[in-house]
Design a protein around this ligand. Sequence first.
Ligand SMILES: Nc1nc2c(ncn2[C@@H]2O[C@H](COP(=O)(O)OP(=O)(O)O)[C@@H](O)[C@H]2O)c(=O)[nH]1
Ligand SMILES: Nc1ncnc2c1ncn2[C@@H]1O[C@H](COP(=O)(O)OP(=O)(O)O)[C@@H](O)[C@H]1O
Length: 198
Amino acid sequence: MQVLPTHNGANTKECLPLGKLIVLTGPSGVGKGTLMNEILRRYPELHYSVSATTRSPRPGEINGKNYHFISRSQFEQLVTQGEFLEWAEFAGNCYGTPREAVLNHVQAGKLVVLEIELAGARQIRHTFPSALSIFILPPSFAELEKRIRGRGQDAEEAISLRLQRAEEEIVAANEFDIKIINDDFEQAVKEIEKAIFE
Ligand SMILES: Nc1nc2c(ncn2[C@@H]2O[C@H](COP(=O)(O)OP(=O)(O)O)[C@@H](O)[C@H]2O)c(=O)[nH]1
Ligand SMILES: Nc1ncnc2c1ncn2[C@@H]1O[C@H](COP(=O)(O)OP(=O)(O)O)[C@@H](O)[C@H]1O
């Protein structure tokens, strides 16, 4: 059971029978997206929240599936209208979770998964203390760098911003309910399954 906050941040008095909010966080390049895709492939009943971002699409990314790719002025307008459950700036771009879609799915009893960075994950933990939060760690910083570079999708500037931010993110791991080291991929998937379903 979760209590839905109203727009002014106060909690509604009633306890609504709701689904569950799951937050997956951790540094860029640790494998969050790859783990999430595998979890969604295995459990299509989960609802993945598609974020809005001002970042340009990477080759192969699909608008509406990976992200809603929007301009900075559109993003700012949505912030002003209170359309985001949380939002944050990361490595020079803005990212936000659409409020209505997520709340509708939670209210419909779904398991809703957000894959977001540290500041957003903290906001969600604050707004929904009953959300399940999972922090994904790399086996080492060197391996994290290898993965970000190996992905081959970011410019050098974007890579160094992500690595810089990763150092700050990793020290926050203990704030979250569950920590999982993504070393052996299958093992990490199993640990996420256990966290979500047990
Ligand atoms: N706060 C917040 N972070 C998000 C959201 N969507 C994605 N992110 C995070 O933004 C960071 C950058 O995402 P992206 O540019 O796709 O890079 P990548 O993580 O290196 O693949 C990642 O940590 C994402 O988890 C969102 O809606 N809100
Ligand atoms: N357990 C793992 N071992 C080795 N490489 C991995 C593992 N998990 C993910 N990767 C690779 O690491 C890179 C970054 O993964 P990605 O899912 O894009 O990270 P994130 O979404 O956290 O930025 C990808 O090339 C992915 O294939």
